[in-house]
Design a protein around this ligand. Structure first.
Ligand code: SER
Length: 892
């Protein structure tokens, strides 16, 4: 008996041998289709290939696609556990032709595979076709030899397949397997076709058309093929059971659940074990594809699935969280076929554990309340809506969980009452915000948020996606449509664009439609915490609310930003190691060009410290370890050693980034930090880290700016060029630059000194023998006076010269004036000690300065200095000194 993994391989190998490209499953969150909640069929990743919008290097493909049908249109959640074939998660095997082969080959392949490879007896098989598809009828007859009564014609309801409201579609043909008359049920098209006897195992869709939003249908570029075979169903058939939950893989999970809860897999809790097995698969695969439990959108569907399973775990009677303990069993079963599951195992385990731990805090009390209320209803069969709402609001019971709990008692919920209670709560919330002034200016965002909910952010997983426009805002007002040239803010239901937060800049890129609209996104902002607003000006075409747009983040900029953001985590830790644990982040700015990191530290970093930080960061980069993201409560994260970030508001759950390896740390990890930003996959993607500046931003707060990757490489090349150019000018090699610069500086100082001496000598009129005072000594009233204008002397040398002159004359008064290059005058006066009772150098210098338009003058009675703006009056300044000396000498 072939196991499920083997059946999957057989299918894919069969088509590989028929020249099909075996393509890995696409993600559960379809980034190419905003109208779908989750990927729900094998053809979803190929949607744009069928319509011709996207080209691939192959025209035949085969895949085993992960699918989720929960929430949204195809919602199987409520039935799971109670039936033999409903799943929230299943695998769809399919072969596809993109304009290559058509009906004949598709039927031929299918018949070959099931009758030869899988060896199903022909007597058990029958098919349905679209009512007027004579071609398919003829082909089935010819290829399979089935009799006419086993080729049933049915209408569009069952035999025309359509992906959703829009997208590729066409007539189909379904292959049925008859489980035999021990099982109740009739053939397709009969009144009791819903029984479990005749089971559809394979759907062959003859894709011909594309369905558009306006209801019209156009032809595909070429007729194509899309087939879908539920792996669980075919496995059941091949394993001789009509119950999908009895197949090897599902059974292994059910047994794991029973063992972990020490209960009987087939006993009174059989339904619960089925629910747990199914929901374990959908929850784990959704988590692995980046969906996180939340209170909205996809995250809320995930939460509903998880909590439904967790309630059943509680019903089984286990006291501790159960789901996370089953993850290894799931990974054992499916980790080879889906490596992403193995990669995400820690994340899946921790998220399940966290969700169940928290939910259990209210689950018991909620169930108690529910029991009391059921008691009160006394067999009325309907639970009041406000009670269901209280369970939802206070105890975290999604509505379908309450419904599931009532199901076994034959009761339902008053849905209208529930909706009314929900609407009232929204109303109250609106009343609360519309009152406050600051918030009122942002009223437009509150209204949009309430109407459309949060934006689903896909940007951790992908840089391109399709989104449906839910709002366009021009000048603060919502509009329906914009034309080229209009500046606008656009909100879509989902987006790969990161909106500015946590120091990381918003993404730029472009939104466009096949119809020719092009909206370059200059920036992406976040409103009310979870609405991503794309800001730009429509360059071409028109855009309206409801349009589906291709959304493409500028990948080069995002890649550079990722590297810079991850580097801030590494540098944060390195700073703590080099400077000490007092270092905490005080802010950061991360863009594609550079990163800025502010931190607390009381003094400038030394060159050695900077170099050491760079060395540590670059060493971690070279480890090239994978970066891991996990989800925790903020408390758990901080307990796990995560560094909390400045200015971030943390929700109930936070993303925790682990980067680099460090065997000296208990957890083996170099850096653990809370962060909602986008990061590199491996630290090696940062490539190089270079600090380019370090300085103060405020008292006790330092800032470093740094570069990574290509930016750092360019910077280093530029530094090299500068060094080479400098060395080239000196005709030496760059290595000799530092020594040469030092020696040049010393030489320059020496030369300056020499030059100054020479100038002084020249000014004093002397030759090589030292200053000489031959000519200029005057005598006024018996007092020697030297008063001269000295050309080319630096004003700061004047005092020294005055001193020299005082020594030479022994007793007397000295006044020297000089004029600097900019035309200002400077004067210094000196009085020998024996004369200071008669002459005051300060008075004299003031008189001289006044002559040159100066007002001040300072010093001591024996030596003073001053200046004036008008150097041309130097002689007048000297005259002023002469006159003053004459007056005082005469007076003596
Ligand atoms: N798209 C079809 C289905 O989902 C066949 O793959 O049934």
């Amino acid at each position: 008996m072939a196991g499920l993994n083997e059946i999957r391989s057989k299918f894919l190998e069969f088509f590989r041998a028929e020249d099909h490209e075996v393509v890995a499953s696409g993600p559960l969150v379809p980034n190419n289709d905003p109208t779908l909640l989750f990927t729900n069929a094998g053809m979803v990743p190929f949607k744009n290939v069928f319509t011709g919008q996207e080209k691939r290097p192959y025209v035949r493909a085969a895949s085993s696609q992960k699918c989720v049908r929960a929430g949204g249109k195809h919602n199987d959640l409520d039935n799971v556990g109670y039936t033999v074939r409903h799943h929230t998660f299943f695998e769809m095997l399919g072969n596809f032709s993109f304009g290559d082969y058509y009906k004949a080959e598709a039927i031929e392949f299918a018949w070959q595979l099931i009758t030869k490879e899988f060896a199903l007896p022909e007597s058990r098989l029958m098919v349905t076709i679209y009512e007027d598809d004579d071609e398919a009828h003829g082909l089935w007859k010819k290829i399979s030899g089935l009799s006419d009564d086993k080729i049933v014609r049915l209408g569009a309801k069952s035999n025309f397949w359509q992906m959703g409201d829009t997208g590729p579609c066409g007539p189909n043909s379904e292959i049925f397997y008859d489980h035999g008359d021990k099982i109740p049920g009739g053939p397709p098209g009969s009144p009791d076709e819903d029984g479990d006897r005749f089971i559809e195992i394979w759907n062959l869709v003859f894709m011909q058309y594309e369905q558009h939003e306006d209801g019209s249908r156009t032809g595909l570029p070429k007729p194509s093929i899309d087939t879908g075979m539920g792996l669980e169903r075919i496995a059941a058939v091949l394993q001789g059971t009509h119950d999908n939950y009895a197949t090897d893989l599902m059974r292994a999970l059910i047994v794991a659940s029973a063992e972990a809860s020490k209960s009987d897999p087939d006993g009174p809790h059989a339904v619960s074990h089925r629910v747990i097995a199914d929901h374990l698969r959908s929850s784990s695969f959704l988590l692995a594809d980046g969906v996180m439990p939340s209170n909205e959108g996809r995250g809320y569907v995930l939460r509903r699935i998880m909590r439904r399973a967790m309630r059943h775990a509680q019903l089984v009677g286990v006291a501790e969280p159960l789901m996370w303990r089953l993850v290894p069993a799931l990974v054992r079963q499916m980790g080879d076929a889906y490596p992403e599951l193995r990669r995400a195992e820690p994340l899946v385990t921790e998220t399940l554990k966290l969700e169940e731990t928290r939910f259990r805090e209210t689950l018991t009390r909620g169930l108690k309340l529910l029991d009391e209320e059921i008691e009160k209803q006394q067999g009325k069969g309907v639970l009041p809506g406000d009670v269901a709402f209280k369970l939802y609001d206070t105890y975290g019971f999604p509505l379908d969980l309450t419904q599931d709990a009532l199901r076994s008692r034959g009761m339902s919920v008053d849905q209208t009452g529930f909706d009314t209670a929900m609407a009232k709560q929204r109303q109250d919330a609106r009343a609360a915000w519309s009152g406050s002034g600051e918030k009122a200016t942002e009223a437009v965002w509150f209204e949009l948020r309430e109407k459309n909910g949060a934006t689903e952010f896909l940007g951790y997983e992908t840089e391109t996606a399709e989104g449906k426009i839910v709002a366009i805002i021009v000048d603060g007002q919502p509009v329906e449509e914009i034309t080229a040239g209009t500046g606008a803010a656009i909100i879509a239901n989902q987006t790969p664009f990161y909106a500015e937060s946590g120091g990381q800049v918003g993404d730029s890129g472009v939104l466009f439609t096949p119809a020719g609209a092009e909206f370059p996104v200059a920036d992406t902002a976040k409103k009310l915490g979870d609405m991503h607003v794309h800001i730009g000006t429509l360059a071409r075409g028109t855009l309206k609310v409801g349009d589906i747009v291709e959304m493409k983040v500028d990948s080069a900029l995002r890649t550079a930003t990722r590297a810079n953001h991850s580097a801030t985590h590494l540098v944060h830790e390195a700073l703590r190691r080099v400077l000490g644990p007092h270092v905490t982040q005080k802010g950061s700015m991360v863009g594609p060009e550079r990163l800025r990191f502010d931190f607390s530290h009381p003094k400038p970093m030394t060159a050695d410290e900077i170099a050491e930080v760079e060395t540590i960061v670059n060493r971690v980069i070279r480890q090239n370890a994978e970066v891991s993201t996990r989800l925790m409560t903020p408390e758990q994260a901080i307990e796990a050693g995560a560094l909390a970030l400045f200015g971030e508001k943390y929700g109930a759950e936070v993303r925790v980034l682990a980067m680099g390896l460090d065997e000296n740390n208990d957890n083996g990890i170099y850096s653990v930090e809370l962060c909602g930003g986008t990061h590199v996959r491996r630290v090696g993607d940062i490539a190089i880290f270079k600090i380019v500046s370090e300085g103060a931003v405020a008292s006790g707060i330092r800032r470093i700016e740094a570069l990574t990757g290509e930016g750092a490489r360019r910077y280093l090349i530029e530094q090299e060029r500068i060094a080479k150019e400098a060395a080239g000018a000196l005709k030496i090699s760059p290595e000799d630059l530092p020594a040469r610069v030092v020696s040049l500086m010393e030489e320059r100082k020496r030369l300056e000194r020499e030059l100054s001496d020479v100038k002084k000598k020249l000014a004093m009129g002397g030759g090589s023998g030292g200053p000489s005072l031959d000519a200029p000594v005057q005598e006024i009233g018996g007092v020697k006076l030297v008063a001269r204008k000295l050309d080319g002397v630096n004003p700061k040398d004047l005092r020294g010269l005055v001193d020299d002159a005082k020594k030479q004359i022994g007793s007397g008064v000295v006044a020297f004036v000089t004029v600097s290059e900019d035309g200002k005058g400077a004067v210094a006066t000196g009085v020998t000690a024996d004369l200071t009772s008669r002459f005051n150098a300060v008075e004299l210098v003031k008189a001289a300065a006044a002559a040159m338009g100066g007002a001040g003058g300072g010093g001591r009675p024996d030596m003073a200095q001053a200046g004036g703006p008008d150097g041309a009056k130097a002689e007048a300044a000297l005259d002023a000194v002469r006159a003053a000396v004459g007056e005082l000498a005469g007076a003596a």
